[in-house]
Design a protein. Structure first.
Length: 443
């Protein structure tokens, strides 16, 4: 989908320098030539400030650190998702998208200058420790996160397997901050798990979008679809913070044989793409219900929007996060890189979900066991809450079926149905769908 001649990787998930060209566009769309003299004057002022700091600041400073800090400040001022990465930080990002890495497994962002959890990744140390979407991280290992950039925070939280990181969390509804000591672990890229929850009814959970998510999903579907056994599917994208754009497109294609999946629009033609589903001999004929909530973001929203827009699935749950922007990773000459917002993406109907998110066809808040209805819906942090936003499982290694005995699977399905009202509602809808289809056809 991306121009191979451009050295960048599109990454929609939740983590320039001096502009090379001298052509800008005014609000009416006609281009005007930037005043070269004005630009050089600003560069001269920057150089002057740099010299003054070097000469007069109370303590000696490394010029390279000063320039790096200036670049980071400039990029951070653009929007919550753009950032400058050092060579080491860029290498870490590439490791994250291509192979497993060690950490605690959370997607974070900056909201109102506070480090905030978008969503914990299911099955990771953070998820098991009880970290929740919307938690505000106010300290990492005793150090305040005030003024800390997103890249710096990720670097401090991530670490070697088996080591610990201490997080101090401010959580809505809690009078005092909560302290968590979490042991880092390997965060696997296997992001798909599946069950047969009733005869003919399948359940697939995608926890994030990594380099092999579509392949794992295809294996899971093949297992569930054996001998035409699948009569209905629940696709769970709740608390899925996103990931790779290419995987969101490939996952959507597994369910669609025609229609637009997603389109992106930016300032350059190279950022304007349209992904369209290709006709396949094997068509997906069973009904699908997609589960979403406020922790469903970016790549997960693309899939939900594609299936909803092509009338391939019913969306059930609560409104999604609303991250509708594309970040391009632009490698720089010294090995560092720029993560820059270069485009917005649009659903098949041409609607941008930036800030607004995907609105479910059937809105049902999650109700935890023994919880009163008025307390059912947690307060998720969404894209629209971010200052500067642009307005407009480890157990399943193959993705096909979980390891372990049939008894263990049955117990997990039983627990899922007992504790999750949204899954129960989706199952009832699928069963009703099947009944009404028979009535309509006269079968």
């Amino acid at each position: 989908m991306l121009n191979p001649k451009r050295k960048y990787v599109a990454n929609i998930g939740l983590i320039g320098l001096l502009v090379g060209g001298l052509l800008f566009f005014n609000s009416r769309g006609s281009h005007v030539e930037a005043d070269t003299n004005d630009m050089y004057k600003q560069i001269e002022i920057f150089t002057e400030v740099l010299r003054q700091v070097e000469k007069n600041y109370v303590e000696p400073q490394d010029p390279q650190d000063l320039i790096c800090g200036a670049i980071k400040g400039m990029v951070q001022n653009l929007d919550p998702h753009s950032s400058f990465m050092t060579k080491e930080e860029y290498d870490e990002l590439m490791t994250e998208t291509k192979g497993s890495f060690s950490g605690i497994g959370i997607e974070i962002t900056i909201r109102e200058k506070v480090l905030t959890v978008v969503s914990p990744i299911e099955g990771t140390p953070a998820y098991e420790a009880g970290i929740k979407a919307g938690d505000r991280i106010i300290m990492v290992d005793g150090q305040s996160t005030q003024g800390m950039s997103l890249v710096e925070a990720v670097k401090k939280i991530r670490g070697a397997e088996g080591t610990k990181v201490d997080l101090t969390i401010a959580r809505e509804g809690e009078e005092k901050p909560l302290d968590f000591s979490i042991t880092r672990g390997v965060i696997p890229l296997k992001s798909v798990k599946s069950y047969t929850i009733e005869p003919g009814m399948g359940y697939i959970r995608i926890s994030n979008f990594q380099s092999n998510t579509a392949e794992d999903l295809a294996s899971a579907l093949e297992e569930l679809e054996k001998d035409g056994a699948l009569k209905g599917l629940i696709l769970d994208l709740r608390n899925n913070p996103g990931g790779l754009l290419s995987q969101a497109i490939d996952v959507s294609e597994l369910f669609l044989d025609s229609g637009v999946i997603v389109s992106t629009k930016g300032r350059e033609n190279g950022h304007n793409i349209q992904a369209t589903a290709h006709e396949d001999k094997k068509k997906c004929t069973y009904p699908i219900i997609v589960l979403v909530n406020g922790g469903t973001a970016s790549a997960a929203e693309i899939v939900a929007g594609a299936l909803q827009g092509n009338k391939k699935a019913i969306i059930l749950g609560t409104r999604t996060f609303g991250k509708g922007s594309v970040q391009s990773i632009l490698p720089l000459s010294d090995g560092s890189a720029l993560r820059l917002t270069t485009a917005l993406y649009y659903t098949p109907s041409g609607k941008s979900i930036q800030s607004s998110g995907i609105v479910p066809d059937i809105e049902i808040p999650f109700l935890a066991p023994d919880e009163k209805p008025e307390k059912a819906s947690p307060r998720f942090i969404r894209e629209e809450n971010l200052k500067g936003h642009i307005a407009v499982e480890t157990e399943n290694s193959t993705g096909a079926s979980e390891k372990g005995s049939a008894k263990e699977k049955d117990e997990k399905v039983k627990t899922l149905l007992e504790n999750d009202n949204q899954v129960r509602q989706a199952l009832q809808l699928l069963k009703s769908w099947s009944i009404f289809s028979k009535i309509q056809s006269g079968a």
